[in-house]
Write a protein that binds this ligand. Sequence first.
Ligand SMILES: *Cc1c(COP(=O)(O)O)cnc(C)c1O
Length: 448
Amino acid sequence: MEKQRYERPILKKLETGMPGKFGIAANLPPSTHIDGISVDSLVETYGSPVFILSEKTIRSVFKKAKKAFTTRYPKVQFAWSYKTNYLNAVCRIYHQEGSWAEVVSGFEYDKAIANGVEGQHIIFNGPDKSAVYLEKAIRNDSIIHIDHLDELYTIIELTEKCAKRPKVAIRVNMDTGIQPMWDRFGFNYENGQAWDALNKIMHFGKLELVGLHTHIGTFIMSPQAYGVAAQKLADLTIGIRQKYNHTIKYIDLGGGFASANTLKGFYYPGSDTNPTFDDYAEAITSALLNTQFTPDNLPLLILETGRALIDEAGYLLGTVIANKRLSTGKRTTIVDIGINLLFTSFWYEHKLTPARHYSQYTEATTVYGPLCMNIDVIRENVNLPLLNKGDHFVVHHVGAYNMTQWMQFITLRPKIVLIDEDGTAHVIRDNETIDNVMNMEHLPPHLK
Ligand SMILES: *Cc1c(COP(=O)(O)O)cnc(C)c1O
């Protein structure tokens, strides 16, 4: 038997708000392995910090989401939200699973093309589509989700030049009971902007109106809000059929489902309380089926789910740099993962577990990152065992947005590793080197 490590005794101040109804969990199960590979060996091989993605989890969560919808509605299509995680390896897994691409910039559009996605399976969203990229999208038969009238007029101008009939949808914003309302994108449902845009498209006659789109927000905890959104888009679809005898092919409800993360200020862990894919699917499909749609004119349901699909598959492994106490006596641990790599720590209480077994003694701890910045806090208050310098730990549910919103601030970005379904690890993005950064800089002659 391994000799037990000595841990000094501590006096523990009780912090209000720390325990839940069931008290404080006495022992924190460690995360010693990810998909069969030990955390220690991953850090040894690939460095610390390092992002790890589980292909097994990516595929199994996707299958769960798909099943929730396809068992309730006959025509469903997912489109992978590139901005959530646009690593080529990740995108290709979703494309293999049958997802189209949902992109919000020219850069993402080019990435989808480079990943072999057919033009007609790329949905082009976002408020900033340049004329150059709109033309590209029109020539490739991609679907353009119009955000504002200026964009509509640019597309109308381009129809002459391209001698094509662009496939378009409009993005609709609406009151679904969610505050704040995301009304900065697209055309408003309640005040008539959406109908105004639709009438302009239909009367112009040279665009093919194929769908209606909305993306009501992100980390939406209310499935019912999606029910309201689905019903409002169905209303527009039926209205267009009545007025123009034109059939809308699809209704796209965007993304925004909650992942298993815990939002700051929530009492119970998100993994226990957040709505499931089944909850969202039930609200959305019931709203669509309980309209005047008949089986032969039921629109395709498109979903652009991002974070709820990938969050769980991502881990960030790190190392303890030091422990110290604040002037108040509060215990703090400084780690090599900062907000530069964990942008989502502004919103989430990320689950954090040690990589080896500890005794059951824990203490309320603030976890700081390595940046010389006061706001570099990973967890304000988390019950942790007494981690020592050099110990490894795991941050969970980091697959969404962290690998696209990360910052190259005072340090270089780490490697990203994918563990495939056979348990083999592959580097899918190299760590940055100082050359990567320096090569982009130029010195004017007088400073050489
Ligand atoms: C960001 C975004 C998504 C994905 O949102 P999640 O909250 O990650 O599910 C989908 N559609 C559009 C238009 C987006 O901007």
